[in-house]
Design a protein around this ligand. Sequence first.
Ligand code: ADP
Length: 398
Amino acid sequence: MKILVINCGSSSLKYQLLNMENEEVLAKGLVERIGIEGSRVKHKAVGKEEVIIEEAMEDHRRALELVLNALVDPEHGVIESMDEIGAVGHRVVHGGEKFSSSTIIDDEVLKAIYDCIELAPLHNPPNIMGIEACRQLMPNTPMVAVFDTAFHQTIPPANYMYPLPYELYEKYGIRKYGFHGTSHKYVALRAAEMVHRPIETLNIVTCHLGNGASVCAIQGGKSIETSMGFTPLEGLAMGTRSGDVDPAVIPFIMEKENMSFEEVNEMLNKKSGVLGLSGISSDFRDLEEAAAKGNKRAQLAIDVFCNRVKKYIGAYAALMCHIDVLVFTAGIGENSISIREKICEGLDCISIRLDKELNKVRGKEAILTKDLTSTQILVIPTNEELMIARDTLELVSK
Ligand code: ADP
């Protein structure tokens, strides 16, 4: 079966068409600037040149129409007709407490995703737009929602509850949900394969370090704790997000800087993290370059980022007693040799011993430890699209 995977942002749409006979990607692409001047589709089919289709798109439905046209196009397409698409898998950011696994989309499920808008006002609406556009254009094709939060629904209350008045949880569902679940799950499953052990026997810590970043503790294949919380703002220092700060800082700066809630929210999400600290960039390539030239604030941003990751790894070692496998994934985790080295530095005390020679690897699967008795450190490029396609196939085949 061929499965189309869709990941909709507010003005973007990423897609992949996979042939699930061999899990090969047949075509993939990105639609940018939906509803904004200068919108375009970047489309790449296997074995063919990338094409850029520049066309005005007023909404996600039009964007999807152009994607489907590209897929069936005689020149740069990969299928003859839309009927060849057996199912569509949609990435959905927030499934609240309702969804602990992927699910076939029907009216009731769609309503439940609408109900989660309150918890993810920036993310769920574009996800819904993608689903509705597909329903209009491909009314007979089954669709599956794969939630970023679902994998973390196994986290026990002792780890997901905030020490706030309990009524806030009852009234508004204020608790930790966790994100990047599809990525943490994918790399954990792959890690178990790479170390040739059943996932049920392993304590794994996965570090998804990209623009957004989170760490996850996975015991016996189940998420038991993760660093992102009620929203993707909690936890690590990220590209532009603050991660953990003393909550008292917020009313303090609101008063001192005469800022509104919206302005503080914007500052914490868009102007903080390593960008805010360094004043240079949210991109680690820029930060590493600046730090190498002696820029102290770029170095400080890197140090804060690495120490946070290290502290979470230490906390998760304490929660699980022992870490069998430590995984690095996403843009920074897959590519930055120096950041991986810095994070693992001095973690000998919890059996984390990175081999500097084996660590000289970028963007491909690798084992970074020689000593088989210590924690196995792995690099695994994440593949959320494949995970979404697998879940979709499994559900529609039932
Ligand atoms: P997201 O999907 O969250 O947008 P990615 O997982 O693609 O992010 O990660 C993007 C980040 O990865 C970039 O901002 C950059 O900081 C980092 N990155 C990518 N390549 C490298 C590299 N070679 N060295 C260091 N950092 C890198």
